[in-house]
Ligand binder design. Structure first.
Ligand SMILES: [Zn+2]
Ligand SMILES: [Zn+2]
Length: 359
């Protein structure tokens, strides 16, 4: 049971779909499957664009299935709840992230690490559409209830935010010297989090012009990683690096981290990326390497409390849903401009031109 393309007059929703490999999106009207008794259907108000959406559509993570409807940073309003759903109601504002299902039975699920479940399902896959759509439906207990005051454009917290929050709460402590490599969709949120954790934050970027913005977000220091002298000057200085790049340079990261320091990776590279690791250097300096993939629901709930307390929102450019193509072009090729720092699509105006079928 999954979404079915249909005529616009019969549609529950319209998706912005990749019908071929690449970066072109096309409006695709579709019918939702019947609502399961544990499921929720929402009217999507906002969806963030994640680089992983385009790594998927362009085949950099393997041949894409089609039609592909990505989107795993979703905010919307509950329209329908299944009979066995009691924690959410019609009209509630909700968020949805990277996972739509898990087995509930394995040791990872039973210890609150369902993002590590071998049987988990991602929000968009060959069987399910993601959030580049006006309507979204999935298992009810993977939705997060949001305050009315939660801004819909903060949808990127559900992937980008969670992805950096999860390793930071595991490895960062107040007063630690923490480096954030890559000041983009993930890195800029990581700077805000690490600052509020009480860390001394160093932003590390190949783009020297990002220094002032990084500092306005909460970085105390900035390293231009194209400058060998700057890298040398800061070698052995950091307790932890969170590397958000997809083109990871581990030798550089471990050079900046002190002995017994940590490097945590969250950016999944494309299939061809070859990454060198100086094993002798790492073992002689007793350093540690960590991986982290997004985060489980308990961590997302924790993060939502944290961002509310500290008023943290991602910096975004908002595009109308009908112009999803421009948001995609911006993220993929910087045309006509690169995102600052995350692109979000908003469906509000689209409902002036589209009325879902009544059912
Ligand atoms: Zn993502
Ligand atoms: Zn499981």
């Amino acid at each position: 049971m999954s979404e079915q393309p249909c005529d616009i007059g019969d549609a529950d929703g319209v998706a912005m779909a990749f019908l071929e490999k690449g970066t072109k999106v096309t409006p695709l009207p579709f019918r939702q499957p019947a609502l399961g008794d544990k499921q929720i259907r929402i009217r999507v108000t906002h969806a963030g664009l994640c680089m992983s959406d385009l790594l998927t559509s362009t085949g950099q993570w393997g041949e894409p299935y089609l039609p592909l409807v990505p989107g795993h940073e979703i905010v919307g309003i509950v329209e329908k709840v299944g009979e066995k759903v009691s924690h959410l109601h019609e009209g509630d504002k909700v968020g949805f992230g990277v996972y739509r299902d898990c087995c509930d039975m394995c040791s990872e699920c039973r210890t609150g690490h369902e993002n590590m479940c071998a049987a988990k399902s991602y929000t968009y896959d060959p069987y399910s559409y993601g959030g580049y759509a006006t309507s979204f439906q999935s298992r009810g207990d993977f939705f997060f209830k949001l305050d009315e005051s939660f801004p819909g454009y903060a949808a990127p917290l559900f992937c980008a935010g969670t992805t950096v929050y999860n390793p930071l709460i595991q490895y960062a402590k107040p007063f630690m010297k923490v480096g954030i490599v890559g000041i983009g969709g993930l890195g800029h949120v990581a700077i805000k989090f690490a600052n509020k954790f009480g860390c001394e934050v160093t932003a590390i970027s190949t783009t020297a012009s990002k220094e002032q913005e990084a500092k306005s977000m909460g970085a105390h220091h900035f390293i231009n990683s194209k400058d060998p002298e700057a890298l040398k000057k800061h070698s052995n200085s950091l307790d932890l690096i969170l590397d958000t790049c997809t083109a990871v340079n581990l030798e550089q990261d471990f050079g900046l981290v002190r002995p017994r320091g940590h490097v945590a990776l969250v950016g999944a590279p494309n299939v061809e990326h070859d990454c060198k690791l100086n094993i002798t250097q790492i073992l002689m300096r007793q350093q540690e390497l960590h991986g982290s993939e997004v985060g489980p629901r308990i961590v997302i709930e924790d993060m939502l409390e944290f961002v509310r307390l500290h008023n943290i929102v991602p910096d975004v450019d908002i595009y109308p849903f009908a112009d999803t193509q421009s948001a995609v072009n911006s993220l993929f090729s910087g045309s006509p401009k690169w995102p600052r720092y995350r692109n979000v699509i908003e469906t509000k105006d689209f409902f002036n031109t589209f009325t879902p079928r009544s059912n």
